[in-house]
Design a protein around this ligand. Structure first.
Ligand code: 5RP
Length: 219
């Protein structure tokens, strides 16, 4: 099976975690897109969704799914999204698509994070995928130096501006053996909007696409 077929498989499987008539959180990326398409086919469908990016909001609306503002929702039963890497504790690197800040906000509103990913995303230790860090433009150089002092080489994502008007640094060379500590540390630096380490908002369940079918990992 191709990587896209595995993504489509878990996108479809994730609909089992959606209560018809509920309001859910929806992630961003190619795997999340397969989920959105499957959501569009669900009958009866959801009452609405909080989107983690403008792209996702547009796709949801295109399928006739009502998009709600995160400010108008006090909690969500579930948030469904992909990941760039996920470890055996459910901690993730996210933000390959640059939507990490809104993803973390919507995930924080949800009682459960269901991660959907093809099997290549499951890792022993996070860090092979460059860690995205969203920064306010004026802090770019300062944060780059701080990241270097912790062993990471930050590369500015050229020509990319987030939905929040900020920049993304992709940080190479980090081995993230304590995701919660790395998330706490980077998050407190002035100018950092969000780090792509999702430890506090880690997955509760991962639906992993494998050639043998969907493997469900519960954390
Ligand atoms: C976007 C994300 C995505 O979930 C992550 O990049 C995985 O993307 P894909 O499903 O396309 O492999 O965090 O900001």
């Amino acid at each position: 099976m191709t990587q896209d077929e595995l993504k489509a498989l878990v996108g479809q499987a994730a609909t089992a975690y959606v209560q018809p008539g509920s309001v859910i959180g929806v992630g961003t990326g190619s795997t999340a897109n397969y989920f959105i398409d499957a959501l569009g086919r669900m009958k009866p469908g959801v009452a609405g969704a909080v989107a983690s990016s403008e792209r996702t909001a547009e796709r949801l609306r295109g399928l006739g799914i009502r998009v709600l503002d995160a400010n108008d929702v006090s909690s969500l039963a579930v948030y469904i999204d992909g990941a760039d890497e996920i470890d055996h504790q459910g901690c993730m690197i996210k933000g390959g698509g640059g939507a990490l800040t809104r993803e973390k906000i919507v995930a924080d509103l949800a009682e459960r994070f269901v991660c959907i990913a093809d099997e290549s995303k499951l890792v022993q230790t996070l860090g092979r995928f460059a860690l995205p860090v969203e920064v306010i433009p004026i802090a770019r150089a300062l944060v780059t130096r701080r990241l270097r002092s912790m062993g990471g080489e930050a590369v500015l994502r050229e020509g990319f501006v987030t939905d929040n008007g900020c920049l993304i640094l992709d940080v190479h060379g980090l081995t993230i053996s304590d995701p919660a500590a790395v998330e706490r540390e980077i998050s407190q630096w002035p100018g950092v909007v969000t780090t792509g380490v999702f430890a506090r908002n880690r997955a509760s369940v991962c639906l992993l696409g494998t050639p043998g079918g969907v493997r469900t990992i519960t954390f």
